[in-house]
Design a protein around this ligand. Sequence first.
Ligand code: PGA
Length: 250
Amino acid sequence: MRRKIVAGNWKMNNNQSESNILINSIIEKNSENSSCNIYVSPSFPFLKDAVLTCSKSNIKVLSQNVSHLTNGALTGDVSCTMLKSIGINSVIIGHSERRTIFGESNDVLLKKIKICLENNLEVFFCIGEEIEARNNNKHFSVIENQLNETVFILEKIDPKNLVIAYEPVWAIGTGLTASPEQAQEMHKFIRQKFTEKFSESISSNLSIIYGGSVKPSSAKNIFNQSDVDGGLIGGASLNANDFSDIINSI
Ligand code: PGA
């Protein structure tokens, strides 16, 4: 059985006290929840506090990024072992903002995925097409290419350590959500590709979550799709009520 997941991608938002308040409020509102795995992702300086605050709860803490190398002369970077040493077990890799603003290529993303898996960090790997690709009916080939140049280079994968987040770039932070049918169609395609590359048992256990302007009003219809196993939530995860409503939609 694959896991249902609702993860908040806080991006570069919330100072220390805002981060603490939001986490405590999310814990309070969702302490009884057992229908899905819930994640929050404060910025680097607040991860350790978040791990301590969440340690007795059902909420997990997710890092928004990690270095592609182990250690050394990489000013400003944070390594897997540093994250592990403060109790972080999960990392987002390949978010479209990292790809476009910071120029992270599939090559670098593959290195990040490998180093995380070697260090037993669970990977949330983001893929998604730009609006031009969708308008030109190239969305499936873009997604296939992103997979071919990254996770499909791995010899094997374990669905316990890998989550795919399908995030159409045109839907991120724009208020434009993919329709439930568009999300289902792409998630089914992604799962099919994992079956072809690895196996049916791997693809059927792989959680594929959707991201891109998910709101309390749209979450239920998207989560109801058979190949959608949850969501990666940006803007709406910054508000404890909205995030909890989304969690309760699963
Ligand atoms: P959004 O962000 O929900 O604000 O569109 C999603 C994401 O970037 O992961």
